[in-house]
Structures are given as C-alpha cells and as structure tokens.
Write a protein that binds this ligand. Structure first.
Ligand code: ATP
Length: 332
C-alpha cells in the first residue's frame, strides 16, 4: 500500500482534528502518501482531494471542528453514488481510506469496502458516544465538559431566581451523553430514551427538594426521548418545553428551558479527546498497513482494539442502568 486517504463525516466532534493529524503524521512516518478528502463522502464523489504533509496538520490539535470539513452526503447512500466515489478513489490511486465519523459514516465505510477492493477503516467520532465496540468515541468527553460548564452557569441563575431549569442535551437516540453529564453535574432528574420515566415522580422529587429548602433544580432531558408531552405545545418544539410546562402546571414552580443545541458540538477538545483521537488515528493507519479492511478501531479498558465494522453496527451500546440508579440516589 502506497497511498491512503482520510476524511471526516457526519456531525463534527471535538478531537477529529487530533485524529486527522495522527493519521497524517503516522502515515508519513510509515512512508505512505496521504490525501486529505474534504467534506466527507461528498468530497470523495467530487474528488475534493488535497495532498497532506506534516505541515498540513500543524496547529490543529487544539481546535474544535474538523480542518477537513464534514458533510452529510445523500448521494453516497445510493449504489450509483458509491460507484462514483470508488471511481474517484481509484483515479486518485487511493488504496486505503480512513473514515472518521459516527455510525452512519461507518455504514458507508462498510459498503465501500464491500463494493470495492479499497481497504477501509473507521475511527469512531461522535459526541453521542453511541458506537459499540469502543468505550469512548472522539468528542464525547469535550461535549460532556461543555454540558457541565452550561449546567454550572444555569445553576447560578437557577439559584438566584429559585427556578427549575429543564436543559435539553444532544445524543440522538442515545441517553449516554445526558446520563453521564447529569451524574457529573448533579442534576435532580435525568430523562433518557432508554428508561421510561414518570413526570409524576419527577414532580414529587421536586416537591421533596423544595420542602428540604432546595432553591433550584436542574432536569436534564435527552433530545431523543420518545414519551410524548407535546399535546399542550407546538409539535415542532422540543420535548423540553412541553415537559417544563407540564412540571409548572403540576407543581406551580416557575420553570425555564435551555436547549443547548450545537453549543455541545464545538469547543476546544479536552485532553482525553486529543489523546483518543491521536491513539485511534495512528491505530487506523496500522490496521491498513496490516492489510485489514471493513474494521473499526476502538478503546476498550484503555487498550486500543479493532473490531469488524459489522460488529460495531449490530451490537448495541447500552446505557449503564447502575449509573442511572446511582445518579437518582445521589440526587434525592
Ligand atoms: P453523527 O453520529 O455525528 O450524526 P454519523 O456518521 O452517524 O455522525 P450520518 O449523517 O448518519 O452521521 O452519516 C454520515 C454520512 O454517512 C451520510 O451523510 C451518508 O453519506 C453516509 N451514510 C450514512 N448512512 C449510510 C448508509 N446506510 N449507506 C451509505 N452511506 C451512508
């Protein structure tokens, strides 16, 4: 193998740059030519390629986002789109491809490796941390710390005004980011898609807290919760607004809503995310050099490991119910 490519795809995540830097420099160290592909799979189809050298990735390890830019590419979901992508990779002489992204990007990587002889390795990067076969994905730690920073600030206002704040966090269908941020942030209640909850219990907890003299409460709500409280509000609004209104109706407490939104995806990557990005990026190059394909790299109990992409797509990453229980006990 002489020439490989690297791209970032799906939602951007802090630490992607550290991974791009690691892929680039490890590849050069191993005597490979390395091509940066811009805007994910869109850039493959459009042949938006750039030759990378050591200097191309200078001064990026501390930056959020991704220097290669990211995209969601509908055309790549079709066989015809992937055929175009394969042609461009072949034309560019790219024999191996490293895809840094979430599970959607992994699905694309899997199909690419099955439909061509190009070797493909995935590096998990998503703030949601919903990818199986790795304890952590790149961006998760930074996003958790961003959420904590927001909770700290909201807590100041919540205390001063004696209010209940409903804070909505990202995570798509997974509640892992919300649960762990809620535990670390000392949230009074944590509502996640994986666990049924009753607003009655949430309100009871608020009332008990109030009786004990609590001045404020913070309720974290994962964006993916499916219980429907939208009857009294606009359907397009996030569930957090409906929940806040319902809590206010049932308890009489003043509630406010903060939807953290894209704030959670940006920011300076933490040490953990830079270390993870560096380790996994370098490991992905090693896998390609070993002739592997259709694999992903992950970190399990601090050790870098590799798994078939299929396994990471089919195994579910479960929310830790013990931690959910602990968070509940500690917030009583
Ligand atoms: P995040 O978890 O941050 O959203 P992601 O990688 O899951 O990241 P997606 O938008 O789901 O983000 O996927 C990124 C891109 O991967 C898509 O825009 C598409 O180009 C490709 N992709 C996703 N699913 C498939 C699929 N089933 N077949 C082929 N390509 C796919």
């Amino acid at each position: 193998m002489d020439k490989i490519g690297v791209l970032t795809s799906g939602g951007d995540a802090p630490g992607m740059n550290a991974a791009v830097r690691a892929v680039t420099r490890k590849a050069i160290y191993e005597g490979l030519e390395i091509i940066g592909i811009k805007r994910g799979y869109t850039g493959v189809i459009e042949s938006d390629f750039m030759v990378m050298d050591r200097g191309s990735v200078a001064d990026i390890i501390h930056r959020g986002g991704t220097m290669l830019h990211s995209a969601r590419c509908e055309e790549f979901r079709t066989e015809a789109g992937r055929k175009k992508a394969i042609e461009q990779l072949k034309y560019g002489g790219i024999e191996g491809l490293i895809v840094i992204g979430g599970d959607g990007s992994f699905k694309g990587a899997q199909l690419l490796s099955e439909e061509s002889d190009i070797k493909v390795v995935g590096v998990p990067a998503t703030i949601d941390n919903d990818i199986a076969c790795t304890d952590y994905s790149i961006g998760y730690d930074t996003a958790m710390n961003t959420i904590l920073d927001a909770i700290n600030k909201i807590r100041d206002t919540a205390t001063s005004h004696e209010r209940t704040f409903v804070v909505e966090t990202m995570g798509r269908h997974s509640g892992i980011l919300t649960l762990m941020s809620g535990l670390a942030g000392g949230a009074e209640s944590i509502l996640v898609p994986e666990i049924d909850f009753s607003l009655e219990e949430v309100c009871e907890k608020l009332n008990h807290g109030y009786e004990r003299g609590k001045l404020h409460s913070i309720i974290l709500v994962a964006e993916g919760i499916e219980q429907d409280f939208t009857s009294s509000t606009d359907n397009n609004e996030s569930q957090a607004f409906a929940i806040a209104e319902e809590i206010s109706n049932r308890t009489g407490f003043e509630t406010r809503v903060t939807v953290l939104g894209h704030l959670q995806r940006g920011g300076i990557p933490t040490a953990q995310d830079r270390i993870l990005g560096s380790r996994l990026g370098a490991a992905a190059v090693d896998l390609l050099l070993e002739g592997e394909t259709n694999k992903m790299v992950g970190v399990v109990h601090e050790e870098v490991k590799s798994f078939p992409i299929e396994e990471s797509l089919t195994r579910s990453k479960d929310l830790n119910k013990e931690i959910y229980k602990l968070a509940d006990i500690l917030s009583l």
